[in-house]
Design a protein around this ligand. Structure first.
Ligand code: GLU
Length: 449
C-alpha cells in the first residue's frame, strides 16, 4: 500500500519551528517510502482562518523544499463531514448536548474541587425526549458530542512512543460540532484521513489524547461509512523546547518568515529539524537525499528536543561555507566573481553577508585612525607594494624583512587600512579582488591620515 502522509496546518498564523518540523518529517516519511505527501488546510474555523496564511504556508513549504503531492482544504469538503455525521448519528454515536459553556465550566470546577478528573458527565445523555424537546422549545440549540464506547479499551502501537493504552472512561465524549453547525477538529480530520487514504499520521505529542479519541471515531467511521479503509498508523513526536527547557513564547513565535528575513538557508533549518531529538547526528546537508535515505522513526527519542538558535546559526555557517557560487549568483552584483565567492565564503555565517564584504572589496572602506608609527609603516607598505601573483604574501614578506615587524603588528594595520575592519576573509584571497589600484590608494590614504 502506498504510504500517504499529510501535513494539516490551520491557517491561523505563519509556520513556526514546531510545525515546520512536523511538515518536514511527514515529507521525509513519504519520500522515503516512495509515497505521497499531502498538504491539508484545516480551515473549518472560518473566523480564525485567513487566506493570507494559506498562501504563506504554501510559500514557506516551497522555500523549505517540501513540495506537496496534493492539496486539500477542509472548507471545501463540508458535505463529507455532514454525511459522516449523519452516518455516525444513524449508528447512535453522536448525541445532542445543551449545556452552555458556563454550565460546563461550573461542572468542571465542582469535579476538580472534589478531586475528580474533569470528565464530561454525559448529563445530556440522561435527558428524556421531553426534556430535550423542552430545551429546544426554549430556543436552546444543541451542540453535538461523539459517544465514546466505554467498553472498548483504546490501544495503538505508536511509531515513536510504543504501545499506548487509554481507558475511554477517563475521556470526555468530544464535542464534534458546534451549535451553529460548524465543525471542530476531531471529526473532519478523521474523515479526511480515511477519505484520502492517509496511512501514517505523524504529529506532535500534544495530539496523543486526540488520537485516543479519534481511534474510536475512526473505528466508528470505518464501520458506518468506509468499510474499505484502514485505520492509519500513528506516531507522536516529542515536543520541541527552547534552550531553557521550556516551550517558550519565543520558540512559538519563531516563524518561517523570520528565518527567511534573517537570511537563514532553508537547508540549515531542514538539517537541524530533521534530526533534532533523534539519535542521529545533526549535520549540515545541502541536499535532501541523504536525509530522506536516513529518515527513521525508530531513532526518534521520547524526551523533548531542544531547539537552539545558536546551533542553527552554526549549521547555517557550515552550509554557507559549502554553498556553490551559483547559489548566490542571484543576489550579488554582476562583477562578483566565483573567486570572490570562494575568498569570502569561509568568513560568512549567512550568505547575505557577502554583500557587505563585496562592499569592502569595491570600497569605499571605513577610514581608521592610525598612530604615527603605523602611518609610517603603511607609507612604507605603499612604497613596497609590487603587484604579483601573490601580492599579499609578497608584500608582508618584504615588510617583515624590512621593518622587523611580525604577527599582529605586521598584519593588523594593513588589514585595517585595506578593509576598514579588524577581522575578515583571508587577506591573501581578498587582495587580488581589491586589486592594485585600490590597494595602493587605501594604503596611501591611511599613511597620510
Ligand atoms: N490542524 C491540526 C493542528 O494544526 C492538525 C493536527 C493533525 O495533524 O491532525 O494541530
Amino acid at each position: 500500500m502506498t504510504t500517504i502522509t499529510r501535513f494539516a496546518p490551520s491557517p491561523t498564523g505563519r509556520l513556526h519551528v514546531g510545525n515546520i518540523r512536523t511538515a518536514l518529517h511527514n515529507w521525509l516519511l513519504a519520500r522515503k517510502q516512495g509515497g505521497r505527501f499531502l498538504l491539508r488546510i484545516d480551515d473549518t474555523d472560518a473566523e480564525r482562518s485567513r487566506e493570507e496564511y494559506v498562501e504563506a504556508i504554501r510559500a514557506d513549504l516551497a522555500w523549505l523544499g517540501l513540495d506537496p503531492d496534493g492539496e486539500e482544504r477542509q472548507s471545501e469538503r463540508l458535505e463529507k463531514y455532514e454525511t459522516a455525521f449523519e452516518a455516525l448519528r444513524a449508528a447512535g454515536r453522536v448525541y445532542p448536548a445543551y449545556e452552555t459553556a458556563q454550565e460546563l465550566e461550573l461542572k468542571r470546577k465542582i469535579q476538580l474541587g472534589r478531586g475528580l478528573p474533569p470528565i464530561y458527565d454525559r448529563g445530556a445523555l440522561a435527558l428524556s425526549a421531553e426534556e430535550r424537546a423542552a430545551k429546544e422549545a426554549d430556543g436552546i440549540v444543541p451542540h453535538w458530542r461523539f459517544m465514546l464506547d466505554h467498553d472498548e479499551a483504546i490501544v495503538w502501537e505508536d511509531g515513536v512512543r510504543g504501545a499506548q493504552k487509554f481507558d475511554p472512561v477517563q475521556l470526555s465524549d468530544p464535542v464534534i460540532r458546534r451549535a451553529d453547525g460548524s465543525w471542530l477538529y476531531m471529526l473532519p480530520s478523521a474523515v479526511d484521513d480515511l477519505d484520502m487514504g492517509v496511512t501514517d499520521v505523524l504529529r506532535g505529542e500534544d495530539h496523543v489524547s486526540n488520537t485516543a479519541v479519534q481511534i474510536q471515531i475512526f473505528t466508528a467511521l470505518i464501520a458506518a461509512q468506509y468499510p474499505a479503509q484502514q485505520m492509519p498508523r500513528f506516531a507522536h513526536e516529542a515536543l520541541l523546547v527552547g534552550t531553557e527547557g521550556k516551550l517558550s513564547k519565543r520558540l512559538g513565535s519563531l516563524g518561517c518568515d523570520a528565518f527567511r528575513a534573517q537570511g537563514f538557508e532553508p537547508m540549515a533549518i531542514v538539517s537541524l529539524l530533521a534530526r533534532l531529538g533523534t539519535s542521529q547526528p545533526v549535520e549540515p546537508f545541502l541536499e535532501m537525499a541523504p536525509l530522506v535515505e536516513t529518515f527513521d522513526l525508530s531513532t526518534f527519542g521520547r524526551a523533548p528536543a531542544r531547539f537552539d538558535e545558536a546551533e542553527l546559526l552554526r549549521l547555517n555557517a557550515q552550509l554557507v561555507h559549502q554553498l556553490p557560487y551559483e547559489a548566490v549568483r542571484g543576489f550579488v552584483p554582476d562583477d562578483f566573481t566565483r573567486e570572490a565567492w570562494h575568498a569570502i565564503r569561509p568568513n560568512l555565517e549567512k550568505a547575505s553577508e557577502v554583500v557587505e564584504w563585496w562592499q569592502v572589496v569595491t570600497g569605499p572602506v571605513e577610514r581608521r585612525e592610525f598612530s604615527q608609527d603605523d602611518r609610517a609603516y603603511l607609507s612604507q607598505a605603499a612604497d613596497a607594494l609590487e603587484w604579483s601573483e601573490q601580492p599579499w604574501q609578497d608584500l608582508t614578506a618584504s615588510l617583515k624583512a624590512s621593518t622587523g615587524r611580525k604577527g599582529k603588528a605586521l598584519f593588523l594595520p594593513l588589514r585595517q587600512a585595506l578593509t576598514g575592519r579588524d577581522h575578515g576573509p583571508d587577506m591573501g584571497e581578498l587582495l587580488p579582488l581589491i586589486g592594485e589600484a585600490r590597494t595602493r590608494e587605501r594604503l596611501e590614504a591611511a599613511a597620510h591620515g
